[in-house]
Design a protein around this ligand. Structure first.
Ligand code: ATP
Ligand code: MG
Length: 446
């Protein structure tokens, strides 16, 4: 295994300002401010990465990243509103209101032997990389050619060392260097390949695609928290549905949801597995639609959806052991969420909402009495109801149950009480019935 090779004496193709569509009007005010202050204090300053790629494609970038020859400490001195972050990679974050501009110092030659400031583990994964260099060193550590384009604020040209401009035009994702090595260095790049393919509608180049089928297990070594960050980006970027299909194609679901992947694989429940896939398709399309309509989305919802079929299966086990329906689903949730932490850590803040959404799937089967009314008031009702709708859509619950919950939300308080059997009409008829005899409590030692 050899590390990615920096070409000897690499020369960039420089695409002049008149020959590409990127203009300053497309770059955010804060990003321009940072670029200009760096330039005006004698530093090189480039817009880099996804922003250049997206601007070439005519997409509004999600964020603006900057690369410079100034060291993190120098950047920190230039911007009072900055702070230094990161251990694995040291970076400066410059904050302007809600926008954060990430400023990274050119990273050094990745061919240099491991020194104090660069560490790999025994699978080749880079643990720390804080050796600084020039732009022609920096380019080789980037993942895809289309992510390695530099827009120079000094003359508005684009510097391309790796054929990235052509690959943007051809809509191709190509890793820089030897793909297997690059995935070994940082297995998260496999998920990034899927994310960009889904987001940009790009094709993954054959050589970069092949290892995706084989190297999924390397993601086991990635800290569960980093995996969680990446998973959230994967599913909340507006292309969850395509992302899901690609993850299935490369058998990468198991990396994030080991129990779910196992459930889908198990041969004795093929029908259930098909229905689960249908549920995931419905949920991911639904999420994409919400994002397209600018409606809020939370990571909790899709995590709950991906875990639901497993929770449901365990609920049935507990039922068979003689536990009550609610107790069973609570126990199943505890079990599944606990197991989940070892594949992809579920962020703490969404743990409780997920458990509530999942246990409510069983509670929502009961439409009588004050308990049903209370569910309507529950802070997680809306999300749980949305999941119920999807489950009914794929035939897991009767449509009629979902419709009942749809209707009850549109009613007045009095009508709702009627619907759950607590209305006046009901209690009037009750009076004609013989009063029920109060059951006497058994004495504990009787
Ligand atoms: P987007 O912001 O649209 O998600 P992006 O390409 O800007 O996409 P970021 O995560 O913001 O992605 O990273 C910025 C740049 O840093 C990338 O374009 C790439 O050049 C580099 N980069 C990020 N993560 C990695 C990685 N794991 N390996 C190599 N290079 C990376
Ligand atoms: Mg970015």
């Amino acid at each position: 295994m050899s590390p990615p090779v920096k070409e000897s004496n690499p020369q960039p193709v420089i695409v002049g300002r008149g020959e590409h569509p990127v203009s300053r009007s497309m770059i955010s005010e804060p990003a321009l401010k940072v670029l200009y202050r760096l330039k005006n204090t004698g530093h090189q300053a480039f817009l880099v990465g996804g922003a250049v790629r997206d601007l070439l494609l005519g997409i509004q970038p999600k964020d603006f990243d900057i690369a410079t020859d100034a060291t993190p400490d120098q950047v920190h001195e230039l911007f009072r509103n900055s702070r230094l972050i990161g251990r694995r990679f040291r970076l400066a974050h410059v904050r302007f209101g809600r926008e954060i501009i990430e400023v990274a110092t050119f990273r050094g030659d990745s061919n240099a032997p491991d020194v104090d400031n660069r560490k790999r583990d025994d699978t080749g994964r880079i643990l720390r990389d804080n050796v600084y260099g020039d732009i022609d060193d920096d380019v080789w550590r980037r993942d895809f050619t289309v992510n390695a384009l530099y827009y120079n604020i000094a003359d508005f040209s684009i510097w391309d060392y790796v054929g990235g401009v052509d690959d943007v035009r051809d809509k191709t994702l190509k890793l820089i260097g030897d793909p297997v090595t690059r995935y070994q260095e940082d297995p998260v790049r496999m998920l990034r390949a899927v994310r960009f393919a889904a987001k940009l509608g790009f094709t993954i180049d054959k050589a970069s695609e092949q290892p995706l089928y084989e190297l999924g297990h390397l993601l086991d070594n990635v800290p569960p928290a980093r995996l969680a960050d990446e998973a959230i980006k994967l599913f909340l970027a507006g292309h969850a549905s395509t992302t899901f299909e690609l993850l299935r194609r490369y058998d990468l679901i198991k990396v994030m949801y080991a129990q779910t992947a196992e459930f889908l694989r198990a041969s004795d429940n093929e029908k259930e597995a098909d229905r689960a896939v249908e549920l995931f398709r419905a949920a991911t399309s639904n999420t994409d639609l919400r994002i397209a309509e600018d409606k809020p989305v939370t990571p909790a919802f899709l995590i709950a959806v991906f875990l639901w079929p497993v929770v449901r299966m365990h609920t049935e086990y507990f039922r068979k052991e003689g536990k009550g329906p609610i107790q069973s689903v609570i126990l199943a949730c505890e079990y599944v969420m606990h197991e989940q932490q070892s594949s992809m850590a579920v962020p703490r803040r969404v743990m409780l909402p997920i458990k509530e959404m999942l246990t409510m799937q069983i509670r929502l089967r009961h439409r009588r009495g004050v308990r049903a009314l209370r569910l309507l008031e529950h802070p997680r009702f809306r999300a749980a109801y949305d999941l119920l709708l999807l489950r009914a859509q794929v035939g897991e619950e009767p449509e009629e149950l979902a419709e009942w919950w749809t209707t009850v939300q549109t009613k007045s308080n009095a009508e709702q009480r009627d619907m759950v059997g607590m209305g006046k009409a009901k209690s009037a008829s009750d009076t004609t019935r013989k009063p029920r005899r109060r059951r006497r409590r058994k004495k504990p030692d009787a």
